[in-house]
Design a protein around this ligand. Structure first.
Ligand code: FES
Length: 267
């Protein structure tokens, strides 16, 4: 396991022009010029975390595409640090923009700053909203008769923010709030999976995380019940937190059946 990065090497075309950006705008401490054997003049800077940034002067720098998710570096701050940084950047007239504002998950703060060569730095912070368990205010949602849902169907319900799945064995109601940081997932029928466009999490049809990130649990559930007259009811006021998928989480399509899985937490 890594503890973090040691240093970052950044190519710039003019040290004189870039140093003020890294020291005054990003707030790094200058350590010294030409302390490192590099082909071009260089300037070593230190972050408050002890990690280093080395600026190396080169004749040309390949510009990054603006307003895209292309190669960039991101700094992660606490919310308080983020607010202070935002105030400071505004006060010194830095143009703070968030090119992907529409794609931010709940509680995610982000702003983009560019160095004089166009390197994009994303400054980020996550507030508690990113991790909270979200309960809908609509309570119990009657989804329709059980026989109206084809086996294999995935039906989104905006009211209550969940997907109702009709599996071979019965019903499962998956919360639409991503288990990573409360983005909103989409069902991608062509890939047979759920996808969160906020940071790219993917989940299979049972809501199990199948992506590359660590520590992302399965999608949360809402308890399903089938009324005596055959209606499927999802209780969005209860959120089920599970560590993994088990067959007993599925509620059979039988009148009177109820969610009664063991080993899960209810919130
Ligand atoms: S909120 Fe990060 S991937 Fe969904």
């Amino acid at each position: 396991m890594l503890d973090g990065f040691s240093h970052l090497v950044v190519q710039v075309t003019d040290l004189e022009r870039s140093e003020p950006f890294y020291t005054e705008v990003l707030g790094l401490d200058p350590v010294g010029r030409n302390l490192v054997e590099e082909e071009g003049p260089n300037s070593l800077l230190k972050m408050n975390t002890g990690q280093m940034v080395l600026l190396v002067q080169v004749p040309n720098v390949e510009p990054f595409r603006p307003n895209s998710g292309s190669i960039h570096h991101a700094w992660l701050l606490t919310v308080e640090q983020y607010k202070r940084a935002q105030e400071r950047l505004k006060a010194i007239g830095v143009n703070i923009e968030d090119s992907r504002e529409a794609f931010r998950a709940l509680g995610e703060r982000s702003m983009d700053v560019y160095d004089p060569d166009g390197h994009r730095y994303q400054v980020q912070a996550y507030g508690p909203e990113a991790y909270q368990i979200i309960k809908s205010s609509v309570g119990k949602v009657t989804c329709g008769k059980a026989e109206e849902f084809e086996v294999g169907s995935v039906t989104p319900f905006n009211q209550g923010m969940f997907f109702l799945l009709r599996l071979q064995e019965g019903f499962l109601a998956l919360s639409r709030w991503c288990s990573h940081k409360n983005g909103q997932i989409n069902w991608e029928r062509e890939h047979w999976r759920f996808y969160c466009p906020f940071h790219g999490a993917t989940y299979n049809r049972k809501g199990e995380f199948i992506g590359h990130m660590s520590d992302v649990g399965p999608l949360r559930l809402h308890p399903v019940s089938i009324t005596e007259d055959g209606n499927v009811v999802v209780d969005t006021s209860v959120v089920i937190i599970r560590r993994s998928y088990n067959l007993d989480q599925i509620v059979p399509a039988i009148c009177g059946a109820e969610f009664c899985a063991a080993g899960v937490e209810r919130a």
